[in-house]
Design a protein around this ligand. Sequence first.
Ligand SMILES: [Fe+2]
Length: 379
Amino acid sequence: MIQFKFTCNPEVFAGKNSFEKLGEVSKKLNGSQAFVVIDKFLSEKTDIKEKTIRLLEQQNIKAVIYDQICSEPTTDIGNECVAIARKHNCDLVIGIGGGSALDTAKAVAGLIKNMGSIEDYQGIDKLRFPSVAKIMIPTTAGTGSEVTFTAVFIRAKEKKKGGINSKYLYPEAAILDPLLTVSLPKSVTASTGMDAFCHAIESYLSKKASFITKPVSMTAMKLIWENLPLAFENGQDIEAREKMLYASFLAGLGLANAGVTAVHSLSYPLGGLFGISHGTGNAVLLPYVLQSSLPETQRSMEELGFFLTGKKIQAEEFISELKEFEKSLGIPQSLKELGISEGSIEQLVEGAMLVKVPLENHPVCLSKQDIIKIYQSAL
Ligand SMILES: [Fe+2]
């Protein structure tokens, strides 16, 4: 038995219309001046900004809104937000949106009391002082950012992604309201849903998986397997949206405690170098990484295959079913479809090998040659 610890930090408010609790939750956290990061799409297409201001005003809390997050954030965007929040002496940060808005909000909360810029804290445990309180409200299902200790930013000049990883980034509260996820376009439903699936399967296979994380990761996978196709086909299916939101939270809980593995390491440079969305990059690579990890993971894969499909199937058959599952969601089947060519593999391998912790968590030790082979097979 390995030794392990298990952390579950946010107080969770879940269910239809739970967003209405935002004011109360903010008050409970002693907020008086809130910095609110809202996804640009949501701010333009819904009335969530106005609702947020109203709910906070009812509790005499002022809101400073930043609603220009539209893709994975760069350190420049993050630093711009930090400067605004510091200028207004914000004592509470609220993130509303997908992983990009949530990660930005978490980093801002961390940097209000820690001087310097985002780049100074990318790495592990670099924040010296606790963050101000933060509330995360995911509108995708998703990154699980509402339950993790990480905030990822792209350093645009170097074309590299890097995470701030700190215990101070665990959110104090999370609001999981499925009604906020219905406006999500089909392709984003699919790619973010597969990101959550990757968190679940990678944390399940991780060397750090424990008797607490394994059932959590399995439940997340089952919910996604059963509900992602429904939410993809009919975005207004509230029950499927609700189950996806819970699955994403659980997958994030698995990730926060057992870590992700090689899929995330290999996917990072796809985002940094080519701007490929995090969920899509992970989803495309997933079957190829799983294939490369056989035969060592054969038993676990067969157990999962039985758990998800209800059939006794071989590990390789399960990987084929997974490919079909992704295909039905409109996920690209190869790196070529993402515009990647053989000539980029060397750069990708270099980038992947820098993302060390997930590679260390991977159930099979992967050499540079193994990583080259995975990218080649995914082409
Ligand atoms: Fe992820």
